[in-house]
Every structure is written in structure tokens, then in C-alpha cells.
Design a protein. Sequence first.
Length: 406
Amino acid sequence: MRSPNQRSKPILVGLALLVALSGGCQGSLATSESSKSTNDDGEDSSALRRRRRVDAATIRVDAHALPDARITPVDAGVLAPDARPPDAPAPTLADAATPVGGPITYDLGTPPPGLTLHWPVPPVTTRSVRVTTLAQLAPALTAGTTVTLAVSVDRLEIASSDIALVVEPGVRIGHLFIRNRVSRISVRGGLYGDIEMQLPGTYWPAEEWHREWMPTDVLFDHVDVDAADTAFLLRGGVRIAITNSRAHAARYNVWMGDTADFESEDIIIAGNSLRSDGPEATIRLVHARRSAVVGNRLTNTLKHNYRIHGRSSDNWAARNVLVGTGMMLGTLPADLWPIERQTLEDNTLYHVTPSLLELDPRLSPLVARGNHVYTNVWSCFVCVTPQPSWVLEGNVQEPYRAPPPE
């Protein structure tokens, strides 16, 4: 199975030190045979746990000690000690579970009954630094700092909590990498080759997964990503938001699902324009509790624009414009947990591919209300026998018409 990101390669330094340098099965259980055209290479839960082993080494090293031309001042700077201010304690598992919220960067409207979403908590910063050269970046990227970046870099790695990164117009970061076990990170503005958050686990020297390793309270706002693979490789996190942004990806636009036996929580994707070329879904959330995908324009040529899988619950998609492809709400073949409490409301679909809406019959409950579908492929929106718990109201279907321009 192909990983969403196969950039990382392990490097052996000397004889003892291993360092990792970072860089949908569609077949729902109640669909027509048209879903065969959207098979996702047979991904399942056991496969997810084997992914990207090269990313899991979590040793912190002195970048200057590595005899490798790819180590730049940028790499060295972000591995500086975590100089956390006294009033910003290290994040803990209790922090990740506390129902608090930060500033709202997009008006989500009224969520479904019973769904309370928590926005990322903002960074606690005590100083501001404007970076105009690579030499200035190393001392700037320490905890408690607002960093204004005025110079383009190939790679930038955030390894400390309480960092507010503001990227000036026209400045590009080739690869933005956010370490696990950090909290309160905001990224605003800028151009990117891709954005990645580290696995909340390790495969070396033994396989381990830790919920408390997930990054928490991370906001991406007004960013512009053009990715040769996956745009937002988020993997796992708590209170993670992407708002008011644009992204093009050759494969996934947003991927989240590398969390073993625990779940990501409070995922907000709102007000964005996200386009994927088709080999994979535009947004794919696996093992996600409480999510809002609201007010986006999602475009894909082959795979579903919106997919929910695994141990997911309380997932809400509203007021999105979906261009080309549809949605899938269903478990992966090896998953034992049907997804729960799914809401689709007031979405508009301009649909041309074989698969429109794929639903696992075990899904409960489902609310699909006020959706408007333009398609010549299907004569129904919900084309399976509904369960007693499903609420299907006010969905309208019309012949296909071209979507409005952005």
C-alpha cells in the first residue's frame, strides 16, 4: 500500500544513530458496482499502522553533527532547546482533553444538536522577531515567539510549543514540518510545497503509539499550498483547524488517520478552496471525533471529495460546494466500528463521476438535509434502503450544470 507521503528516508549516522529526516477503499457495504472505479488500494486499519515507518524515529539530534548537505541552518534552528516561558507549561494529556477554545477564524454557523466544537488555543508569546535571513531563523524559533518570516526557505521545522508563525506575502516554505508533542501553534499566510505533522508514535526501537504525542491546538489560516503529493498531511491531532486557505494536491489534499487505537478530535476545515487531482480523496478523515467541514469548495476528478472512515463520530459537512465527485461515509474493510452521528446539510454537488454518495448501512444516525445535487449519472441522492435512524429531508436533484467559477 502506498503511503500518503513517501518523502522521508532513514539515514544511518555512524553505527548507532538512526534518524528520520522528514521531508480510499471505496467499496461501501451498500453501493452499486460503480464504486469499483474508486477503490483505494485496499487500505485498512492494520495497513494504516504500518505506514511511514521511516517517520517514527523520535530522537532529537544536533543538526550540525550530521554530515549531510541537506541539513541547513533552517533545520538546525528549529531543533533549538524548548525555551518555554514560565507562564506556558508543557502540554499534557489533560490539556488535550480540556474543552477550551481559541479565537474563531471562520463563522461555522450552528452545528448539529449535541456537537460542540473547540477551536485551537492560540500560542502564548512573549516576544516578536522578524526574520530576514536564514541565520536569524535559528534563534527565533524558540517557544513563546511570534516569528514573522520575510525570507523563503526550503524546509522549516517547528519543534517547540507556543510559536506564532506569520509568513509575509510572496514568501515560500518548501516543507513545513510540525513535531509531535507540541501545542499552541499558529501558521498564517505564505506559500508552501506541503505541510506535515509528525506521527504520534514510533516504530524504532519498538512500535509505540501515544495519544499524548499528538500535536494540539494548531491553526493554519490563509495559507496557499501547491503539493506534488499531499498538501496537509495531518496524521493525528487535537483541535486542528485549516481556514481561509487554498491548496492544490496531486493526491490527498487533507489526510488524517495515523492514530492507531485512539482518535483525533475537534478538526475544523472551513472556508477553503481545496483541489485534488484524483488518485486520492480531497478530504479523508479516519478515526476523527468531532469535525466540521464547512463552507469549502472541494474539487476532484476521480475520488470522493469528502470521506469519513474508521472510529469516527460527530462529523458535520455543511454548505460546501463539491465539484466533480461526491461523498463516502463508510468503514474500511478491516474496521470493526461503524461510524456514528453523521450530518450532511446544505451542500451543493456538481457531480460527473460514477460514485455519488456511498453509505455504510451500519451508519447510525445519519442526517442528510437540504443538499442540492446536479448530476446526469444518478437519479437519486441516497440510493440505498434507509435505516430507521436516518433523517432525509429536503434534498433536491436536478440535471447536471457546470459549477460557477471561483
